[in-house]
Design a protein around this ligand. Structure first.
Ligand code: HEC
Length: 251
């Protein structure tokens, strides 16, 4: 549902072509102009020279991929310059069965030059899990608990919860405007009320706390960006009601 299948088909076609056996696997030329390419922004979370890859926590790639953390192949000359926590911008494309990056630009974490720096003022900033943990400890834990397990019968869990792993826009809506009425999480139905936090929290703060929640405990979902929060906030401007879970399915 998240992925368009065109790139996949294209990659299957490419997979049928044989690679020049003389050229080393990781320095082969970029894919042809016909291959679809997407701008990517995120943060390097690990450098893996043995796989010629960077582990990158990237923002949503609209129309192609949700925000997530994934291993991405890079040309050999990129690796020596890369370190953890750098902000990365690049062009993502598929080469055969793999995802590759070209036009890679790396900058120090929080650097002013970094387009995707998780700086408080940058609207496009990828959520910062550490900042988000502090917000969680200030606001969310009273109901959802430090363990993320919630309280049986009263507050649903966030650890291992289906809504948390799902559509980030839906999560943003829940935090902005609140949630009421029945929702079933991990097989248990809650019919309670979560108050809105849209007045209290800035776009970047909501991105931070959701990025934390999506990566905390055993959750393994990608970050949420402040740009996404700003977009959803604008789309729902003027809304006064809390959401119901049913209503959110049709947004
Ligand atoms: C006052 C208590 C309270 C606070 C504070 C609170 N929540 Fe909730 N939250 C709830 C309740 C209750 C529900 C279920 C509402 C319902 O029954 O429809 C819920 C539902 C959710 C859900 C969807 C269901 C699930 O378990 O995945 C998410 C996601 C969520 N909250 C995230 C947050 C985040 C992030 C914060 C902090 C910014 C937060 N909540 C703060 C009470 C709270």
């Amino acid at each position: 549902m998240y992925f368009r299948f065109l790139p996949l088909l294209a990659s299957l076609v490419f997979a049928g072509c044989s690679r020049d056996p003389a050229s080393p696997a990781n320095t082969s030329p970029p894919a042809t102009a016909a291959a679809p390419a997407y701008p990517l922004r995120g943060v390097v979370t690990d450098v893996m020279p043995a796989q010629s890859s960077l582990m990158v926590r990237h923002e949503e790639i609209p129309g192609f991929m949700p925000a997530m953390t994934m291993a991405l192949k890079v040309e050999a000359d990129v690796l020596p310059a890369a370190t953890r926590d750098q902000v990365i911008t690049a062009t993502l494309y598929r080469r055969e069965a793999e995802f590759w990056l070209r036009d890679v630009k790396l900058s120090p974490p929080g650097s002013a030059a970094a387009p995707a720096a998780p700086a408080a003022s940058a609207d496009g900033g990828v959520g910062n899990a550490e900042a988000g943990q502090a917000i969680y400890a200030r606001i969310c834990f009273t109901c959802h608990q430090f363990t993320g397990l919630g309280l049986p019968g009263a507050f649903p869990p966030l650890a291992g919860a289906e809504p948390v792993a799902g559509d980030p826009d839906r999560l943003i809506r829940i935090v902005l405007h609140g949630l009421q009425g029945p929702i079933t999480v991990k097989g248990v139905t809650y019919a309670s009320v979560m108050p809105p936090h849209g007045m209290q929290l800035q776009d970047q703060e909501i991105a931070d706390v959701l990025t934390y929640v999506r990566g905390a405990w055993d959750n393994r979902s990608g970050p949420v960006s402040a740009a996404a929060v700003a977009r959803v906030r604008a789309a729902d401007a003027g809304r006064a009601m809390m959401w119901t879970w049913d209503e959110l399915q049709n947004r």
